[in-house]
Design a protein around this ligand. Sequence first.
Ligand SMILES: *Cc1c(COP(=O)(O)O)cnc(C)c1O
Length: 249
Amino acid sequence: MTNIAKNLSAVRRRIVDACSACGRDPSDVTLLLATKTQSPERILEALNCGHVLTGENRVQELVGKSAALGGQRIERHMIGHLQSNKASKALDHVTCVQSIDRVTIARKLNALCEARGRTLDVFLQFNTSEEDSKFGADPELAISFAHAIAGFSNLNVRGLMTIGLLAPFPLMSRRSLSRLRDLRDRIATENIDGIDLRHLSMGMSGDLEIAIEEGSTMVRIGTDVFGERNLPPGTFWPERTGTTPVGLA
Ligand SMILES: *Cc1c(COP(=O)(O)O)cnc(C)c1O
């Protein structure tokens, strides 16, 4: 067995254990592999273990690997911040954009989908950790944000997404994860037409268990499957500048 195969079964085991610890059904938790910086060869190893769902952060990487892995059974989600001018390229390669963090990007994707006669699954990304360095809509604006995105007829909302707080104490991480569940529950009381809130995409290598306890239905794992990336975290969650609240721009 390769390392990746071993790591994958260890992660699957952790998901099963975390679910049984809190009385959940493991089939309610999907594993998405966060494949940023990983070569097509390494991703192929994971695919050969029967894994098909992956997430990429950068459009350039997405496009390159998509070409390299042509013909493989693989589903890709965009999980990184998406710039408007890259939306069209991204759309060629993904079935879902989990990083809907502002209305403008949703409007752009909706227009592109309309022109191509297709739809796109999306998740609403919230910044639940109050870290300026993280993308995501402002939780205070959750209701109006959800109404706005629900109004785009070619986008199908499937749930919410967050990047939990990477904190030294589990209690601190937990709050940022339970907050996403609370947001889901608050949005649900609005009974917005055509919006599906089934998924809570949260939980990474460091907080998988807590995320599952807090209701995650999709964990996004990179490091514990592929190994350390040796890159500073800021590489993929660049500092935001200015004071404009992200969300309703
Ligand atoms: C990198 C990344 C992950 C996976 O993080 P690990 O700690 O490596 O498991 C999950 N979600 C997003 C948005 C990421 O950028």
